[in-house]
Design a protein around this ligand. Structure first.
Ligand SMILES: Cc1cc2nc3c(=O)[nH]c(=O)nc-3n(C[C@H](O)[C@H](O)[C@H](O)COP(=O)(O)OP(=O)(O)OC[C@H]3O[C@@H](n4cnc5c(N)ncnc54)[C@H](O)[C@@H]3O)c2cc1C
Length: 444
């Protein structure tokens, strides 16, 4: 899966000059081999070397750092984890819904702290998050969800009324007020991934790009990782392969890739911006099942993604583009913001997120303690993958910590049914979400 030109994979991957590091040539021996150069792999290697500077750590990335979801996402560093709080409460109970929120809230703080402390150059801003309703049905859902988070004892989330919402961001589609949460950052994700590459390299981590791992075998108390031009022998392996994880036999039924798509406008003119307001530059999502997420970039382009998902064929990874979804997103921009009816669109791209059957993250040991995995963040991994890096550190070092006690660490994952039934299950879940949105939404 060698990309011809990684700068065309997403808008973000073209916003900074980046020289990929070396590919692995020959054999190396390390303490920890990390497969995958996204936020999970990079932050895991960072926290490992912070905990034990003598540790020899290598990151092996198929393409370039940030090639996966980490270099393509919308850049919301937010407290969302899994799906809505009510669904988390239904699946895991109310105490755990609160625990999950606190974990994600801590993850947002961690990203903010690390960006400041390490000077990670990623156009970070901290404008907060608006979750809006675009029909009466969604407004009822919003009110119920806010009531639940307050019953759970979650602080930092407020209901603002319609007038305050429209004073912030003005769309004729908005119905009623909104969920307002100041603790949300927005960033340029490719710049963040590449800043991480620089930080971990400086800390002594060996980062090999264009080095796909085709096999991981355990022999004689060591893991042997096969790559095209060399082998890595390691005491411990971290699978930070996110939506690609099912391609390793251990995780074949544990997660599936699901694609989400984004379109980007040309920079908005002052008049176009004035027609929306948006002086606070908040990150915005709507209350659909298949949400729209939108924000402004550092140069005032409107980025919007979501609306529908791509399901692929259950195994292959070549579904980064969907012209039907791109066209629908462009038309949604015009419906949401009539002042942008003439805006031009410059970019469109997609990328795979990792979905477990209950749409909640999963981390833990893959069999013995010599292998650790972390995946399943769906569309909410920018913040959480950074805290997952600390969980992975503790699992690799076999340290019991408050983090390894988190309920979704080392949980028993419900597998997808084998073969074509697995894909049908995903199609069924997506089909239900589409049906609900058709029933509740005013957009065609
Ligand atoms: C379009 C889009 C929008 C999103 N928007 C948001 C958002 O706004 N906010 C948010 O919180 N989350 C968002 N997400 C989700 C978020 O991006 C992910 O949860 C997060 O980046 C996952 O990071 P990761 O390091 O676990 O995985 P990835 O970044 O996907 O990294 C996995 C890496 O493993 C590599 N790899 C795979 N197999 C192998 C192999 N065999 N050998 C070597 N390397 C391998 C891949 O090339 C890839 O680089 C979005 C995702 C997408 C796709």
């Amino acid at each position: 899966m060698v990309a011809t030109d990684f700068t065309e994979i997403s808008y973000w991957l073209g916003t900074r000059a980046y020289a990929p590091g070396p590919a692995l040539e020959g054999d190396v021996d390390v303490d920890v081999a990390v497969v995958g150069g996204g936020f999970t792999g990079l932050t895991s290697s960072y926290f490992l070397t912070q905990a034990d500077p003598g540790l020899r750590v290598a990151v092996l990335e198929s393409e370039v750092v940030g090639f996966g979801a980490s270099g393509r996402n919308a850049g919301f560093s937010m407290t969302k984890i899994g799906m809505m709080h009510s669904l988390t409460a239904m699946r895991f109970g109310k105490t755990r819904a609160l625990e999950a929120h606190e974990y994600a809230d801590r993850a947002v703080d961690l990203v903010h702290e690390l960006v400041d402390k390490l000077g990670l150059d990623c156009d970070y801003e901290h404008p907060g998050f608006l979750w809006v309703a675009t029909s009466e049905g969604y407004r009822k859902r919003l009110l119920k969800e806010i009531a639940l988070v307050h019953r759970l004892g979650i602080t930092g989330i407020h209901l603002i009324d319609g007038a305050e919402l429209r004073a912030r961001v003005d769309s004729p589609l908005y119905v009623g007020g909104a969920w307002w949460e100041p603790n949300c950052g927005l960033l340029n994700p490719a710049k963040l991934a590449w800043a991480w590459r620089d930080v971990v390299t400086a800390a002594g981590v060996q980062v090999y790009e264009r080095t796909p791992v085709s096999q991981v075998e355990r022999t004689g108390g060591r893991s042997v990782l096969t790559t095209p031009r060399g082998r890595v022998t390691a005491r411990k392996v971290v699978f930070a392969t996110n939506a690609w994880s099912h391609l390793f036999p251990q995780f074949v039924a544990k997660q599936v890739p699901v694609w989400t798509y984004i379109v980007l406008t040309e920079p908005l003119t002052p008049a176009q911006l004035d027609s929306i307001g948006w002086r606070g530059r908040e990150g915005v999502e709507d209350f659909r099942d298949l949400v729209h997420y939108y924000r402004l970039t550092a140069d005032n382009r409107l980025l919007i993604g979501g609306r529908d998902v791509g399901l692929g064929d259950g195994r292959g990874m070549g579904f980064d583009s969907d012209e039907t979804v791109f066209a629908a997103l462009r038309s949604d921009v015009r419906a949401m913001f009539p002042g942008l009816r003439d805006v031009g669109f410059s970019h469109a791209w997609g990328g795979p997120v990792s979905a477990t059957l209950d749409l909640f993250p999963a981390l833990g040991y893959a069999g013995g303690k010599d292998a650790v995995y972390a995946f399943g963040c769906v569309g909410h991994g920018v913040s959480t993958t950074h805290l997952h890096g600390q969980v992975v550190r503790d699992l690799v070092l076999e340290r019991d910590s408050e983090l390894t006690e988190t309920f979704f660490v080392n949980r028993r994952l419900v597998p997808f049914p084998p073969g074509p039934l697995g894909l049908r299950t995903v199609q069924g879940i997506a089909g239900f979400m589409r049906w609900e949105d058709r029933r509740l939404d005013v957009l065609p």
